[in-house]
Design a protein around this ligand. Structure first.
Ligand SMILES: Cc1cc2nc3c(=O)[nH]c(=O)nc-3n(C[C@H](O)[C@H](O)[C@H](O)COP(=O)(O)O)c2cc1C
Length: 265
């Protein structure tokens, strides 16, 4: 789990903003929490924080504004996001931006998409922005995160492997790569585990619904990689960010084909 970032979000209406918050949190490998959790959390420990909610009467939700009030004046990277009913963002982010400025925070980016809305005149036509945010919006949100918070995103170790080997059942490929001049051993392909970073806590082994992972000499490795559904539970729950998932669109289709006939876990 990324301990340097956190996302604080409110999504009271249709769960529109929650979709964005969850996708962003997956890319950052961090937690997405509700403002009430901030009451008991020390936000000064985070290097980057995202604040997001729906837009309600021209501003973010009051609980988000309250959470920002709780911030100290320490230097931190902040990004803000929202979903809204109106076709354009206008000045909806301004109240939050003003508060962040007063706290001396660095705004690294802002993002907003349209979200399903039935308020006011929309009710006459059965709601506006139907189906939004959709897949395209989520992709845009992830692009935004990768651009604005590149240094905090989940590392892609696999990209650093020059010659990849075929994935075979019951056999784990081992690769030796260099990350910033430091030698690193990787195990696996779709599910790659950095053996240096792994502390052998076994959480990934327990959490995987398909029992893809196993432990050997206090290091995790993907024992049944071809069973992986790419659900990302292992990646999200790794406190050391030792796991990263990779797949091409062909791999993703193959996953669907392999699991097509499965009737239960
Ligand atoms: C009480 C209320 C007030 C709203 N006010 C605005 C507004 O001022 N401007 C706007 O663009 N959308 C407005 N909306 C629409 C929401 O911002 C939009 O549906 C948003 O996606 C909801 O996010 P959520 O599902 O995460 O709560 C309002 C919705 C509600 C319920």
């Amino acid at each position: 789990m990324n301990q340097k970032c956190v996302i604080v979000y409110e999504s009271i209406y249709n769960g529109n903003t929650e979709k964005l918050a969850r996708a962003m949190a997956r890319t950052l490998g961090c937690r997405a929490i509700k403002p009430e959790e901030v009451l008991n959390a020390d936000l000064s420990q985070f290097k980057a924080i995202g604040f997001g909610s729906g837009i309600y009467f021209g501003s973010h939700h009051p609980t988000i504004l309250d959470a920002v009030k709780k911030l100290d004046h320490m230097e931190q990277d902040i990004f803000i996001f929202s979903s809204r009913g109106a076709p354009v963002l206008g000045k909806y982010h301004e109240p939050l931006k003003k508060m962040l400025k007063e706290k001396g925070k660095k705004l690294v980016g802002e993002f907003s998409v349209r979200g399903y809305d039935e308020t006011g005149p929309w009710v006459i036509i059965g709601g506006g922005n139907c189906g939004k945010p959709d897949e395209k919006d989520i992709k845009k949100a992830l692009k935004f995160i990768r651009k604005s918070l590149a240094e905090h995103c989940m590392p892609d170790y696999y990209e650093l492997i020059e010659s990849k080997m075929p994935v075979r059942d019951g056999f784990v490929n081992t690769y030796s790569i260099n990350v910033n001049g430091i030698p690193v051993i990787l195990k696996g392909d779709f599910v790659t585990i950095n053996q240096e970073a792994c502390i052998g806590c076994g959480k990934c082994v327990k959490i995987c619904p398909l029992r893809v992972l196993s432990l050997s000499e206090r290091k995790a490795f993907p024992f049944k990689e071809l069973d992986c559904t790419l659900c990302r539970l292992c990646e999200i729950n790794c406190s050391e960010r030792a796991i990263s998932l990779h797949y091409t669109w062909i791999d993703a289709i193959k996953v669907a084909v392999r699991h097509g006939k499965r009737k239960s876990l």
